[in-house]
Design a protein around this ligand. Structure first.
Ligand code: PMP
Length: 523
């Protein structure tokens, strides 16, 4: 007989098993600030310095006292958490404060309308839908124009007008074809092209979530390709490759023929089709290995969006909420989004929420009637988010200055480690409290054990396990750049914590330099 259900581990046992191979499957029982605690076999609480900090969701750390106090107050006062289809003034207050911040950082006075969601990927999905609604409206206008053109041309032909030879050529028809064939070709082509799914644009290495639509915008093939059949296509652009971006735009661009009457002649004009659903951009790519988008390439993306009409969808899910030293990392490179997506730290480490903000002229108000979620825009997460933003904005933005200052302090220490171990450390990158520390590829390490873990893609896990066991550091690599470790602690990172990181990293570097696979793997 097999095990009874009660004995089986049912919640992602395989993942736990994988974590267990390097000792990462500890159960944390308490969390505070930048620290997680587990209990050792003797029942003692063991602190672990958490440098993943919720994978970027804890700009204020675990259980910030004022966020927790606000949450308790909300529950004690019996705030109606679920009261859908009623007035939500707190959601409006949150949208208003986010608008004031956007205006301050971008200089834009246009309002951004807010649609709330529950997670980062959900806000990406919401933006995909909203952008498609926008595109649908533009397509409908174009279809009306085509239909009006056909009707006017038919009437003109009835009065004796003739179809210009270039129209037949453009439609691939012989010059002897009658007007009905021309009208048919125009209508069929319009129906075909306007019925196609949009093409999205995103950056190589980018990460925009793992749901059905959003996973197609996430570059990592392992996550994306098993599901390509499920959703619209995305073309990935290498960061900095202007010619490549222009080539993709040219390859994907399509136009429709609109018939026009010019005296006795029926001619045609080509109208660009809104092919592109949107351009998804992380101003600091997180899972790609913490890479800051160069301002000049950001400007080129903006130009492409302007020219094609595609909305620039700024995914600030990880980079936003102050981590870069500004509320919006994109504002630091002078980039303004048509849409902004926020999540992660918006929930203050205790709520799950996200928001899409859409620039005034692009907003589709019918979207409010077409889209909803049971849990979105709830009182608890909105009030918690208001508290988080209040804390970030307090004292003239002291939190942003802390992110910049603490980030610079940590970065300079990481750079010193790199300087002392540049045979094993390739790069240190990032802004504020979004930093990446990249090891050199270890797949040719003289240690067979280290080389093998690197070849199998487990190098990051092996280092994470060692850092936890030996230095009580919770280190994780980024999702798509396996040699880069993320440093995304809260703004309360202390000098003592920086010292702990420094000594842990130096030990790991020394171990890799010595190719001591046994020590790394704990064997
Ligand atoms: N976009 C970015 C830039 C992210 O970093 C993430 C999460 N790592 C997501 C989207 C998806 O967010 P979630 O995990 O909340 O679905």
């Amino acid at each position: 007989m097999g095990s009874s259900v009660a004995e089986l581990e049912l919640a992602e046992p395989y993942l736990r098993e994988v974590l267990g191979t390097v000792g990462l499957d500890v159960e944390y029982l308490r969390a505070s600030g930048n620290t997680l605690f587990y209990q050792d076999a003797a029942g003692n609480e063991v602190p672990v310095l958490d440098l993943a900090c919720g994978f970027g969701s804890l700009i204020l750390g675990h259980h910030h006292p004022e966020v927790v106090a606000r949450a308790k107050e909300l529950l004690d006062s019996q705030v109606p958490v679920h009261a859908q289809f009623s007035r939500h003034s707190y959601a409006n207050d949150l949208a208003a404060v986010l608008n004031r911040i956007i205006a301050r950082e971008t200089g834009s006075s246009e309002p951004y309308w807010a649609i709330f969601g529950n997670s980062g990927a959900e806000s990406v999905e919401i933006s995909i839908k909203h952008a498609e609604m926008e595109r649908g409206a533009r397509l409908a206008e174009l279809v009306s124009e085509v239909e009006a053109g056909v009707a006017a041309a038919r009437a003109a032909v009835g009065r004796g007008a003739t179809v210009a030879p270039e129209v037949f050529a453009a439609l691939g028809l012989p010059a002897t074809a009658g007007f009905d064939a021309v009208a048919d070709a125009v209508t069929t082509r319009t129906a075909d092209l306007t019925g196609r799914a949009p093409v999205f644009l995103a950056l190589e290495g980018g990460f925009h979530g793992k749901l059905v639509g959003s996973i197609q915008l996430t570059h990592n093939e392992g996550y994306r390709t098993p599901f390509t059949r499920l959703a619209a296509r995305c073309r990935f652009v290498a960061v900095g490759d202007v010619a490549g971006l222009r080539a993709i735009v040219e390859q994907e661009s399509r136009s429709l023929t609109v018939l026009t009457v010019d005296g006795d002649a029926v001619t045609g004009v080509e109208r660009a089709l809104p092919v592109f659903g949107g351009f998804f951009v992380e101003p600091i790519q997180g899972e790609a290995g913490i890479r800051v988008l160069p301002a000049e390439f950001g400007a080129e993306i903006s130009r492409v969006c302007e020219e094609t009409g595609a909305p620039l969808i700024m995914d600030e899910i990880q980079s936003g909420m102050g981590r870069s030293g500004a509320f919006l990392a994109s504002s630091r490179i002078g980039l303004r989004g048509d849409y902004y997506l926020l999540a992660k730290s918006l929930g203050g480490g205790i709520a799950k929420s996200s928001v899409m903000l859409v620039r005034g002229e692009r907003y589709q108000r019918d979207f409010e009637l077409a889209h909803s979620s049971t849990f979105a825009k709830d009182a608890f997460s909105c009030h918690v988010a208001l508290k988080v933003v209040e804390l970030l904005e307090a004292d003239g933005g002291a939190a942003y200055r802390m992110a910049a200052e603490r980030g610079a302090a940590l970065k300079s220490r990481l750079e010193k480690v790199r300087g002392d171990f540049d045979d094993v450390v390739l790069d240190v990158r990032g802004e504020g409290l979004m930093l990446g520390f990249e090891f050199r590829d270890q797949s040719s390490s003289p240690s067979a054990q280290i080389a093998q873990t690197a070849q199998e893609g487990f190098f990051g896990f092996a280092v994470a396990g060692y850092a936890l066991r030996t230095h009580r550091l919770r280190l994780f690599q980024t999702a798509s750049a396996m040699n880069t470790f993320r440093f995304e602690p809260s703004i309360f990172l202390s000098d003592a914590e920086i010292d702990q990181i420094d000594s842990g990293l130096r030990d790991i570097c020394a171990l890799l330099r010595a190719a001591d696979g046994e020590r790394l793997m704990g064997t």
